[in-house]
Ligand binder design. Structure first.
Ligand code: FPP
Length: 280
């Protein structure tokens, strides 16, 4: 069995697409989200729907459908575990290059999700928010998103942030353009552009950076996800394919993160720990 500790690594940039272990989603339940090193904001790169389907001789669309079920489970788990923010990578700027039929299927799933899920989100105290370049999304989906955001705006238990038509570089470029325009209008001088002002020009400046980003399916890359915000995030890569992901795997990843932070505290003590913190 592969533990999340074994499969945790720095970004190596090399894809590992092989399905290695039938038990790759096994994960023992640990203490969960609380305690030192607790995660407030979890990012999820949901990967492996296609491989999940292929392993069963099913079309990719079946994998995406199961992917929606995994998303439902994950939202419920995140709310139950006391996380405050959950950002999921629903559709990247690069995903527009997929075959038109697959893009249409993903949009249809999103439509259905938005049409059917709002009441359940409200029941769970979940506020839906979005990130990304919505100018490229079908108009009815933009409307459904805006209605879902309005309908859940008063909820304060968990913010579910769905990144759609999203790319970290594009978000950074848009922020740079906003700041450049403000400088041209003499609203600020270029030397006044610091991290605080740059963050304020990003899409959701009130949302704290993710403490932890989990990517499923064994791939070890960020793939343009939250590039600015991930500067200091812990990264956990799990072999589990996204449709098999659920509370157990989430708890194991949170537990792994918490253990690493506890170990840093124990091993490093004062000076080493503050040095680690100072480098990142
Ligand atoms: C990656 O699997 C997943 C996606 C491109 C879509 C992400 C998420 C879902 C379908 C869940 C529901 C989300 C919404 C927004 C309704 P892949 O197709 O890249 O899998 P592969 O790498 O195995 O081919």
């Amino acid at each position: 069995m592969t533990s999340t500790a074994d499969i945790t690594a720095d970004i190596k940039g090399q894809p590992q697409t092989e399905i290695r272990d039938p038990d790759r989603c096994d994960a023992s339940i640990g203490p969960g989200a609380g305690g030192p090193g607790a995660v407030r904001h979890l990012g999820l790169i949901m990967d492996g729907n296609g491989r999940w389907a292929r392993a069963r001789g099913l079309p990719r669309s079946a994998g995406h459908r199961q992917g929606v079920e995994a998303l439902r489970r994950s939202v419920a788990a995140a709310a139950g575990l006391g996380l405050r923010y959950l950002t999921v990578y629903g559709f990247s700027t690069e995903n527009w290059r997929r075959p038109a039929e697959e893009v249409q299927h993903l949009m249809a799933l999103l439509r259905r999700f938005l049409g059917s899920e709002v009441a359940s989100l409200v029941n769970q105290g979940v506020r839906l928010r979005t990130l990304g370049d919505h100018a490229r999304l079908p108009r009815d989906i933009v409307r459904l998103l805006s209605e879902a955001e309005d309908a859940t705006a008063a909820q304060g238990r968990l913010d579910l942030i769905v990144a759609l038509s999203y790319g970290g570089r594009q978000e950074i470029l848009a922020a740079a353009q906003r700041l450049a325009a403000a400088a041209l209008e003499d609203e600020l001088a270029p030397e006044q552009i610091d991290e605080r002002r740059f963050r304020a020009a990003l899409q959701l400046p009130d949302v704290p950076d993710p403490d932890l980003i989990v990517r499923t399916s064994g791939e070890q890359r960020l793939s343009n996800f939250l590039l600015w915000q991930a500067a200091h995030s812990d990264l956990v890569f799990v072999d589990c394919l996204w449709p098999d992901f659920g509370e157990r795997q989430m708890v194991a990843a949170l537990d792994d993160h918490r253990r690493r932070h506890a170990a840093q505290g124990r091993e490093g003590g004062g000076l080493e720990r503050s040095l680690r913190k100072s480098v990142g």
